[in-house]
Design a protein around this ligand. Structure first.
Ligand SMILES: C[S@@+](CC[C@H](N)C(=O)[O-])C[C@H]1O[C@@H](n2cnc3c(N)ncnc32)[C@H](O)[C@@H]1O
Length: 340
């Protein structure tokens, strides 16, 4: 997954801008400005909860076209002290998208720092946001056969095509900790997916939380509890395609297991919010009120915004599939938006 998505010369992200109606997929910030605006309001609220620090490091993981950060920074202007406190850091693996982000964010007062290291994000209080970032991190899959667990691997067929295969030997006793405990005794042929890319992910935030307040927001698609099943998928031109065909030319993701995310964050001493659906979070943050304010009485605008709201929050669209969770340091109370 990492090689196909991120190889600097042949990988999917470094060589293109894949986001948009005419490209491969569309994301929430590209559907409506309201999405990034509500994230901006949420961040201003967190900044107040952190005691209104004079300097705040604002980090975004995988910022895409920079649209969400642009909506955040524009919204932040309505709280001038918050806006003035912000130092922005973008973690982006794609040179093509860095160029797009630089263009999108060129007009803001804040200096933007691009980095590939979460430790390189200034000092002091830290706010972090990540929309559809975690689903790009690599997963491993394991299949249960006759009381043993085998890793599902990718190899070559007789005709030199990529194909799925199982490891010749089962996992050793010491490796069984990779399998979620509730699925260890699952029936034959159960497939379990774990996000190996998350290993150590929260360590820099936990380290930072020892000295400074930290609040992070994760929005992605996936379930609230660890479930068996294969969610590895490829998308090209808004359609699901075979993930083993056209390596490096198609987007690869797997759903985010929010229960696993919660466990990993708590294991390193961070606190976590409830896990809520995107529809619920957006509504708690004022989706309908903002939509009404933007609709300004014109029937065409009203209909367009109603379509955007539906897409972002309806249970049959992104509203239920996508989840939201905050991770934060001790001493801070649960951020807004997470009532269940
Ligand atoms: C699905 S896009 C989401 C973009 C944006 N957050 C949005 O909502 O429109 C994933 C983003 O994460 C970046 N990305 C993926 N894997 C990454 C990695 N390991 N390190 C840094 N950026 C990564 C991609 O280049 C892209 O900007």
């Amino acid at each position: 997954m990492t090689l196909c998505l991120l190889d600097p010369r042949h990988g999917y992200y470094p060589t293109r801008d894949p986001i948009g109606a005419g490209a491969d997929f569309i994301t929430a910030p590209e559907i409506s400005q309201i999405f990034g605006e509500l994230v901006g309001i949420w961040l201003a609220n967190c900044w107040q909860a952190m005691g209104k620090p004079k300097t705040t490091q604002l980090v975004e993981l995988g910022p895409g076209k920079g649209t969400m950060m642009s909506d955040i920074l524009r919204t932040a202007r309505s709280v001038p002290e918050f806006s003035k406190s912000l130092q922005v850091h973008l973690l982006e693996a794609s040179a093509a998208l860095v160029a797009v982000q630089a263009k999108t964010l060129g007009g803001f007062a804040q200096t933007i720092n691009w980095t590939d290291d979460l430790n390189d994000t200034g000092v002091g209080p830290l706010l972090l946001v990540a929309n559809e970032y975690l689903d790009c991190l690599p997963v491993r899959q394991f299949v249960r056969r006759k009381n043993f667990w085998f890793e599902r691997l990718i190899g070559l067929s007789d005709t030199n095509e990529l194909q799925f295969t199982l490891s010749p030997t089962p996992l050793a006793q010491t490796e069984l900790k990779l399998i979620p405990p509730n699925l260890l005794q699952a029936p034959d042929n159960t497939l379990v997916e774990i996000r190996s890319g998350l290993s150590g992910f929260f360590d820099p935030l936990a380290e930072r939380a020892k000295t400074d307040p930290v609040i992070a927001l994760f929005i992605d698609y996936g379930p609230t509890s660890s479930e068996a099943g294969d969610s590895f998928q490829a998308v090209s031109k808004h359609q699901k395609v075979d993930p083993l065909k056209n390596a490096g030319e198609v987007d690869l993701t797997a759903q985010v297991d929010f229960a696993e995310l919660k466990r990993i964050a708590e294991q390193v001493g961070l606190l976590t919010s409830n896990i809520v659906t995107q529809g619920s979070w957006l509504q708690q943050m004022g989706l309908l009120e903002r939509a009404a304010a933007l609709s300004n009485g014109k029937p065409n605008t009203r209909a367009k915004i109603a379509r955007q709201v539906h897409r972002l929050s309806d249970d049959n669209e992104m509203g239920e599939l996508f989840k939201v969770m905050a991770v934060y340091s001790k001493g801070i109370s649960m951020p807004v938006g997470f009532d269940v």
